[in-house]
Ligand binder design. Structure first.
Ligand code: SF4
Length: 335
């Protein structure tokens, strides 16, 4: 199997107690059975504590019981008691791998760092041309697990989108508008229709429908709701080209990370819709609050929205059922 990695991948080192957020809070840690078997053999007070605080959740997964939204082994020095007591080799797979993420497609595997980790977010935003190895790789597709001719189309389409997003001669708003047109037409073809004309609405559109929907999602903290509120207060401002390089890297991260999911969903538009909504919310929030820490805002958005299964489901459903989120309306908001 061919494996490809973005250029920032190997640079990652967890910064532990220097982290501005932490994967040791807000999330349940799922413990794999092999590691739990080892923990059951640890004959000391830490082993007893691990056994006492490992329970079965509603999905049948074995997890550490969180205490006040924190992993019970994350100590007051913001360090991990299991790492200290048993060593790095005995972390469960969840803790040992995060923020490394693998998307496997039988014939090939693509590896990423998650934007929800602050250190990974910093690395992703620091790197130009991070996905060149994805473009230089030729995957030999033989799998019977999916439609290989559709995968060929998606790989070519992803490269086309990447070319558009990498074109710094245009502002990011224009590049995203071009991606909407490209994918709306491709979606028509995937649906068995002609590509068709892309007709932008002639009347002015307000982004309020975006804020109204995203405000209603489920949040663990108030950082993202505050960002949306700030964006709402700047709803009638125009989108500038400030921080376009950072938005380009965020868009490319989302494109490479999610575009090939269309092999199952047959939907190439939703990932672009998600990128555009995040772009509009964060750009307008910056217009209202220029002092906003953009890397921090992008990382929090990723943790609360991209990495929430429930929020992601809600978004997919809304995009499919609410015509306000049409490619044409989103295009009009970028003008
Ligand atoms: S979020 Fe990233 S940097 Fe922070 S503690 Fe977790 S892995 Fe380390």
């Amino acid at each position: 199997m061919k494996n490809v990695y973005p250029s920032y991948y190997d640079k990652f080192r967890c910064i532990a107690n220097l982290c501005t957020d932490s994967c040791c809070k807000d999330w349940d840690v799922v413990v794999d059975s092999e590691t739990e078997k080892y923990y059951n053999s640890v004959n000391n007070s830490l082993g007893e504590k691990i056994r006492r605080l490992t329970v079965t959740d509603a999905d049948g997964d074995r997890i550490f019981v969180s205490q006040n939204g924190r992993c019970p082994f994350w100590n007051s020095d913001m360090l991990c008691d299991i790492y200290i007591g048993l060593g790095e080799d005995h972390l469960c797979k969840t803790c040992a791998s995060f923020p490394r993420i693998t998307a496997e497609f039988s014939d090939f595997a693509e590896h990423f760092l998650s934007f929800a980790c602050p250190e990974a977010a910093r690395l992703i935003l620091a790197e130009d041309n991070a996905y060149r190895s994805f473009e230089n790789s030729r995957y030999r597709l033989n799998s019977e697990d999916y439609d290989t001719s559709l995968m060929e189309i998606l790989l070519r389409a992803r490269s086309e989108n990447a070319k558009i997003l990498n074109d710094r001669s245009a502002a990011m708003a224009q590049r995203l508008g071009d991606c909407l047109i490209y994918n709306a037409r491709l979606q028509n073809v995937l649906n068995g229709d002609e590509p068709g004309e892309f007709v932008c609405p002639s009347k002015q559109i307000s982004p309020d429908f975006i804020f109204g929907f995203f405000k209603k999602l489920d949040y663990m903290h108030d950082d993202v709701p505050k960002i949306i509120k700030a964006a709402e207060s700047a709803a009638n401002r125009s989108i500038t080209a400030d921080f376009d390089d950072e938005f380009e890297k965020l868009a490319l991260y989302n494109l490479y990370r999610y575009y090939l999911n269309a092999i199952d969903s047959m939907d190439v538009l939703n990932v672009i819709r998600r990128i555009v909504c995040e772009f509009i919310i964060l750009k307008l929030a910056l217009a209202a609050k220029p002092e906003l820490d953009l890397t921090d805002a992008m990382q929090k958005y990723s943790k609360e929205i991209e990495h929430s299964y429930e929020n992601s489901e809600e978004i997919e459903f809304e995009f499919m059922t609410n015509p306000s989120f049409s490619a044409e309306n989103l295009f009009a908001l970028l003008k």
